[in-house]
Ligand binder design. Structure first.
Ligand SMILES: Cc1ncc(C[n+]2csc(CCOP(=O)(O)OP(=O)(O)O)c2C)c(N)n1
Ligand SMILES: [Mg+2]
Length: 588
């Protein structure tokens, strides 16, 4: 077999097909270039929902295995959403970029919702698929008739994905393939991080490849540091502030941020709020300075507001705290991938968040601020923290015995049953504010809200589990949201990749969010008056039985008394290696 344009190839000794043991050929081609680039980028996993363009990478993986070479582990999964979301979950947990191999234009489109989620959450990723350039017209290379018959995309598959990635390109030749993959990997990890797509024509992949004379281990993106003058200016304000308030939304993306934020908040005696759009575990929820979600109210009286990795701290966007000086800290506070956003910041510190917070602490200490300086403020925040927790517990108590189960009873049972190192992946909708308020987590990397269209939760949870096999991973998911997921494919990946998770279904038998919205738009309308809803009811299956084909256990709970035993049993199943589904029938 000769590849497209092969006749001009520098057929070096390294690139020449080698006969091993008289029968097996050892092709050193574009597939090897891609795998070598992945190795040098430090990619741990190649997650694929396969297509016929990937033979050369599979050949290179077979060579990696038979040669006992170190390199990425490969997973096939049954759906593109699952593949992309597993990469998202793994990267969210580790910060390490992964590679996803999809198929032509079709697989790419199928994965596009999840790819967009990676863009929206600024998760670096390499996404690749292929096409054919020769369509069978090259007498020396047979790419497969499918490329001529049904797979071509006018303008290349990159056109299909371009709006939802950071950069979409085509590998222009077999000679530039290796460096294109490396460059795109580097690009994906630069601020703002995001998915980068490469269309790799199959002809380039089967073409001989000569490795560069010297290959390098590709360095990670360097961390950035704010100008010292900006740190000093903000420290001056903070040192003098009468009522500084902190809001953190996605700060916990980097696990180094939580301890740095604790140190700064303690020095300042400042309350830390996590708004209604919190995506990560930013601050220990049992810390006396943790003040819950009601940031808008607190910000009104603030004189300095610190926004830490926040995208939309208040709503409506014009609702800025009028009297406060607003400083936004984040690597990429102004986000070009959203249509409208306004932080109303008076100052930006655009740099690595943990570094910035540590520098602010140093500058405050240099100004004589100690743990004692703001003790009174800290004590009053601690009182507010205790009062808030007491009110949350009281709300839970009033609903503890309702039947079917009240969501607050479910969340309280989770809080009491799950271990301290549990990681929650949240794809609930109307229940997510309750989850954020009532559930507890105190360790970094304990909470991930899934962004983008519905259907991401299972894949993200599996990716998180892949990165943190020792920690229990709990997917909290609405009944409607669950049904947007590739469920069979996700459960298959759970079994085949040995990634057991606990799935807790918040089953209110409807798209409550749709009903809420209708009520908001037409409070006096016919639908409200007659309870005549469209777009609301879900006649779903028995979610607890969905794991049966995989021998995964499930249980339906509609009695609050059965909640804790069911959750504990589910946890035990997960510890024993089996995904478990707890389907909780809710009253709202
Ligand atoms: C892919 C996709 N399709 C449709 C929607 C619109 N949508 C947003 S919330 C929601 C309801 C989800 O139902 P469920 O998970 O049961 O949550 P509940 O509304 O009951 O809280 C829907 C359909 C969406 N966000 N993404
Ligand atoms: Mg629902």
């Amino acid at each position: 077999m000769r590849g497209y344009g092969r006749s001009n190839a520098p057929f070096t000794a390294a690139a020449r097909p080698v006969t091993l043991g008289g029968t097996v050929k050892n092709y050193h081609d574009g597939g090897e270039a891609i795998l070598e680039a992945f190795r040098n980028l430090g990619i741990d996993y190649i997650i694929s929902s396969p297509g016929s363009e990937w033979s050369s990478v599979w050949e290179a993986l077979a060579r990696q295995k038979t040669g006992n070479h170190p390199g990425p582990t490969y997973f096939d999964v049954w759906h593109e959403t699952t593949a992309v979301d597993m990469a998202i979950g793994y990267t969210q947990m580790t910060g390490r970029m992964q590679a996803v191999l999809l198929h032509a234009g079709a697989g790419l489109l199928q994965g596009a919702v999840a790819v967009q989620a990676a863009q929206q959450t600024e998760v670096p990723m390499l996404v690749m698929s292929g096409e054919s350039l020769s369509f069978g017209e090259d007498p020396d290379f047979e790419p497969g008739a499918q490329w001529y018959r049904s797979l071509s995309v006018v303008g290349g598959p990159q056109r299909l994905i371009e709006p939802v990635v950071k950069h979409a390109t085509m590998a222009t030749s077999p000679y530039s393939l290796y460096e294109t993959v490396v460059r795109c990997g580097e690009l994906a990890q630069r601020q703002p991080c995001g998915p980068v797509y490469i269309n790799v024509p199959v002809e380039h992949m089967v073409h001989p490849w000569t490795a560069p004379a010297k290959m390098r281990r590709v360095p990670l993106a360097p961390k950035s540091q704010p100008m010292q003058a900006d740190i000093e200016a903000l420290a001056d304000r903070l040192a003098k502030a009468a009522n500084p308030v902190i809001e953190a939304q996605s700060a916990g993306k980097d696990p180094a941020v939580m301890p740095a934020l604790v140190a700064l908040a303690e020095l300042l005696g400042a309350g830390v709020f996590e708004g209604s759009s919190t995506t990560h575990a930013n601050f220990p929820k049992d810390h006396p300075l943790h003040q819950g979600a009601n940031f808008d109210a607190a910000a009104k009286d603030a004189d300095v507001v610190l926004l830490v990795a926040s995208r939309n701290p208040w709503y409506p966007p014009r609702n800025r705290p009028a009297g406060a000086f607003i400083a936004a800290i984040g690597e990429n506070p102004i986000k070009g991938h959203w249509v409208y956003q306004h932080l109303h910041a008076d100052m930006y510190l655009e740099a690595d968040v943990a570094t910035t917070l540590a520098l602010l602490c140093q500058a405050l200490v240099a100004r004589g601020v100690t743990a004692e300086t703001h003790k009174a403020r800290r004590d009053s925040r601690a009182k507010a923290h205790d009062a808030l927790q007491a009110s949350l517990r009281a709300a839970e108590a009033t609903r503890a015995a309702l039947r079917p189960v009240d969501p607050l009873a479910l969340i309280a049972a989770l809080r009491k049953t799950m271990p301290a190192d549990a990681i929650y992946v949240d794809e609930t909708i109307v229940h997510s504010p309750m989850v954020r308020n009532h559930l507890g987590w105190n360790l970094p990397q304990s909470y991930f809200y899934t962004y983008g269209g519905l259907g991401q939760g299972i894949g993200v949870a599996l990716g998180v589990k892949l990165a943190a096999p020792q920690r229990p991973v709990v997917l909290l998911i609405g009944d409607g949201s669950l049904l947007y997921n590739p469920i069979v494919q996700g459960l298959g990946a759970s079994r085949d990749c040995n990634l057991p998770i606990l799935i807790v279904v918040f089953n209110n038998k409807k798209y409550q969010a749709m009903q809420n919205n209708h009520e908001r738009y037409y409070p006096d309308g016919i639908a409200v008056g007659q309870k005549l809803w469209h777009g609301v009811a879900i006649n779903g299956p028995d979610y607890d039985r969905l794991g049966a084909p995989f021998d995964f256990p499930g249980v339906k709970v509609d009695d609050p008394a059965a909640l804790k035993p069911a959750l504990a049993k589910g946890l035990a199943e997960v510890a024993a290696g089996r995904t478990a589904i707890v389907n909780v029938v809710l009253n709202r």
